[in-house]
Write a protein that binds this ligand. Structure first.
Ligand code: PGA
Length: 255
């Protein structure tokens, strides 16, 4: 399986800044056959950046979109509009869940809309610090995973990528902590066990599982060698050219 290195730029960079930054990334990295480098800029950047993209080196992801294709939904953009512009879409990021109150039902519709429009969803799941403290991690992971996949057919599950992002490890969370490889391994096993139980062993093996939360060049190697981890979803460090490209180098070495 490929290794996925996904940069989530969140609400950073103007269109001009994003264009310059993407240009620098493309200049600095080679074309890696086994590593899929993906960046997720703001929605406004997707059209212009898609035109300047060397697709062999970098692919685009949307950070979010609405689940209905067209209609009276003021202010939204849809997966149907993104069809052809992006290869991936982040769905259910914890910032969408907690700031914009997206629940598993809405996230499931977005996963389905993404697949319907030929965009691979990156379904983000992860427990908060208090959920972990109360021993609820396994239940939260199961609910968010199976809830998120509930609107698609069994034959479509292997088009989904799952990103395990414990909310307490995301760098913008107050008092963020660094997840240990053992903590990640335990949850990644839960994810694959749930997939196996519901969709069978083949699907459980085919679904890429990414880790995200304070990933840096210094911990990327340890995280990428956690059994069952196929890539990284990177926020803060993806905004710094040297850090993002160093993580890609680490991924290449580990592979
Ligand atoms: P971080 O963000 O790498 O800054 O912790 C990860 C994310 O929110 O996807």
């Amino acid at each position: 399986m490929k290794t996925y290195i996904v940069g989530n730029w969140k609400l950073n960079f103007t269109v001009g800044e994003a264009s310059v930054y993407l240009h620098k990334i493309q200049k600095k990295i080679a074309n890696y056959r086994d590593i899929e480098v993906v960046v997720a800029p703001t929605a406004l950047c997707l059209q212009p950046l898609s035109l300047q993209l060397e697709r062999s080196k970098v692919r685009l992801a949307a950070q979010n979109a609405f689940y209905r294709d067209f209609g009276a939904f003021t202010g939204e953009i849809s997966f149907a509009e993104l069809n052809g512009l992006v290869d991936y879409a982040i769905v259910g990021h914890s910032e969408r869940r907690y700031i914009f109150h997206e629940d598993d039902k809405m996230i499931a519709k977005k996963v389905a809309a993404s697949i319907r429009n030929k965009i691979r969803p990156i379904l983000c799941i992860g427990e908060t610090e208090s959920e972990r403290a109360f021993g609820e991690t396994a239940d939260v992971i199961r609910d968010q995973l199976l809830g998120g996949l509930s609107e698609i057919g069994e034959d479509e599950v292997s088009k989904v990528l799952v990103a395990y992002e414990p909310v307490w490890a995301i760098s913008s969370t107050k008092d963020a902590k660094i997840a240990t490889p053992d903590e990640i391994a335990e949850v990644v096993k839960m994810i694959r066990d749930n997939l196996k139980e519901i969709y069978g062993a083949k699907v459980a093996e085919e679904v890429p599982v990414l880790f995200g939360g304070s990933v840096k060049p210094t911990n990327a190697g340890a995280y990428l060698t956690v059994p069952g981890v196929n890539g990284l979803l990177i926020g803060g460090a993806s905004l710094i050219l040297s850090q993002f490209t160093d993580i890609i180098e680490v991924a290449k070495r580990v592979k």
